[in-house]
Design a protein around this ligand. Structure first.
Ligand code: FO1
Length: 306
């Protein structure tokens, strides 16, 4: 069984590739929930939804989040009433948030709610939240403390990042099934997601990092940085603002304590030695995933190294 740690849009590309080459019961995904936010009284889980919508073929292909062809009539009506509308919630997307919020209010765990949503949308892979606790990431910036979505969406990643806070994470535990899947895995992959806002929240769940060290399975990270640029989103800007070199070696160093392998894009082959010097095996591949074929090719390339 393959386990993938995944964040949002970048991570969901490789997860889609794996879903096309592995039987559904051979793929478990541990999804980041640090992006989660309460909007209009609803619990939104952007990365779990991106993964669910991607695996069910519903995701908006242009943005990588939300539902394709969705309408925004409710949001427009809310804006007319003076409600905040900077976070674009489509009408069909709202159904997911309404249904999730109701089930959570009725005492269901996020793990159960996520499994219910996957079942309803025909997703057969095992999608697990990293934890059942609500642990939203806040970003400390030169414009004060912002919820991650305020930074990403409302402020369009403009503020200068100084630090991250994973609210209440010290009280959190890995969700049911997370430890079992990591310990039973044939391999664990960290998908090409932002190290700060997609991977670190997962790694910050107490006990999670220890599981990645303890498992017999090789733990392999796929670079989210190619030729000094992030595949998606603000990872390069964050590295630079936090004083790290904007290159794949910085990423390998973040995960060095548990990492066995690192997938370097062929365009950065010159960094091979310095990453191997961290006692990490380097795999080279084309990690840019534009088409579904690219995603399938990368997934196959990774599986053949096992
Ligand atoms: N991203 C945006 O850039 N603008 C939005 O208005 C927006 C709304 C939104 C609503 C639901 C959802 O699940 C995701 C949404 N995203 C939006 C994407 C989200 O901010 C990021 O993709 C993830 O948090 C990063 O992985």
């Amino acid at each position: 069984m393959i386990v993938a740690l995944a964040g949002g849009v970048g991570g969901s590309k490789l997860v889609l590739g794996f879903s096309r080459v592995l039987p559904p019961d051979q793929l478990s995904i541990i999804g980041n929930t640090g992006d989660d936010i309460e909007v209009l009284g609803l619990r939104i889980c952007p990365d779990l939804d991106t993964l669910t919508y991607t695996l069910s073929g519903r995701v908006n292909p242009q943005t990588g989040w939300g539902i394709g062809e969705d309408s925004f009539a409710c949001l427009e009506a809310l804006a007319r009433l003076g409600a905040p509308s900077w976070f674009q919630l489509g009408d069909q997307d709202l159904a997911t948030h309404l249904w999730r919020t109701l089930q959570l209010k009725q005492g269901e765990s996020l793990t159960r709610v996520t499994a219910n949503l996957c079942q309803s949308l025909g997703v057969e892979q095992n999608l697990l939240p990293m934890t059942d606790s609500y642990v939203p990431t806040h970003v400390l910036t030169d414009q004060g403390e912002l919820h991650l979505q305020e930074y990403l969406v409302r402020e369009a990643c403009c503020p200068t990042v100084q630090a991250f806070k994973h609210t209440n994470i010290e009280k959190a535990h890995p969700a049911p099934g997370v430890a079992e899947s990591i310990m039973a895995a044939q391999a664990v992959f960290l998908c090409p997601s932002n190290p700060f806002i997609s991977m670190n929240p997962i790694l910050a769940v107490p006990g999670l990092r220890k599981l990645l060290i303890a498992t017999q399975a090789p733990v392999i990270a796929v670079t989210p940085i190619v030729e000094g640029r992030a595949l998606k989103g603000p990872a390069a800007k964050m590295l630079q603002e936090l004083g790290y070199p904007v290159n794949p070696t910085s990423i390998a160093r973040f995960y060095q304590d548990f990492l066995d392998g690192f997938v370097l894009d062929a365009r950065d082959i010159q960094l091979r030695e310095e990453i191997e010097a961290l006692n990490i095996t380097v795999i080279t591949a084309n990690t840019l995933m534009e088409s579904v074929e690219d995603k399938i090719k990368l997934a196959n390339r990774l599986l053949e190294t096992l």
